[in-house]
Design a binder for this molecule. Structure first.
Ligand code: C2G
Length: 129
């Protein structure tokens, strides 16, 4: 079964590794859509700390990841699912319910987030050092 997941994966941390590894175990092949710098800017009015080329390289280097592509628009999820022939979309449960409209196309599963770690929190911790 082919899995697809999406994320920014900025300042790659253990929560990112956990979700990608657990998503892969739902099937046998995983494609990861890495959000572009421009998409992040449009969502959050700031660019990620690490640029899209580096974030894609980091995710591509993971042993469990089969394919990586640049996610350029939130509205293109249905296209990405079709192009990458995904049977199942897996996301962390901070996105619970947000992608249910894609259920006619593929299974949609939300896995529990890793507690107590996020890019935002890492930025705050580093600022205080
Ligand atoms: N995540 C997690 N546990 C954490 C932090 C993140 O399981 N402690 C998961 C999120 O739920 C998400 C993935 O890691 O499934 C990527 O998280 P982000 O990099 O924050 O991605 P986001 O900005 O939510 O972008 O089209 C959707 C977007 O690309 C998602």
């Amino acid at each position: 079964m082919r899995i697809i997941t999406f994320g920014t994966f900025d300042m790659f941390h253990i929560g990112h590794l956990n979700i990608i590894e657990r998503a892969k175990k739902v099937g046998t092949h995983i494609t990861v859509g890495v959000s572009s710098d421009a998409l992040n800017f449009s969502k959050k009015q700031r660019y990620p700390v690490c640029n899209e080329r580096d974030r894609m390289r980091i995710v591509s280097a993971l042993g469990c990841v089969d394919e990586v592509f640049l996610e350029e628009s939130l509205e293109l999820k249905a296209e990405y699912i079709k192009v990458h022939k995904a049977d199942c979309l897996v996301m962390g449960d901070d996105w619970e319910g947000k992608f249910d409209h894609l259920k006619p196309l593929c299974d949609v599963i939300y896995l529990p987030r890793t507690p107590a770690i996020s890019t935002t929190q890492l930025i705050e911790v580093v600022k205080e050092i």
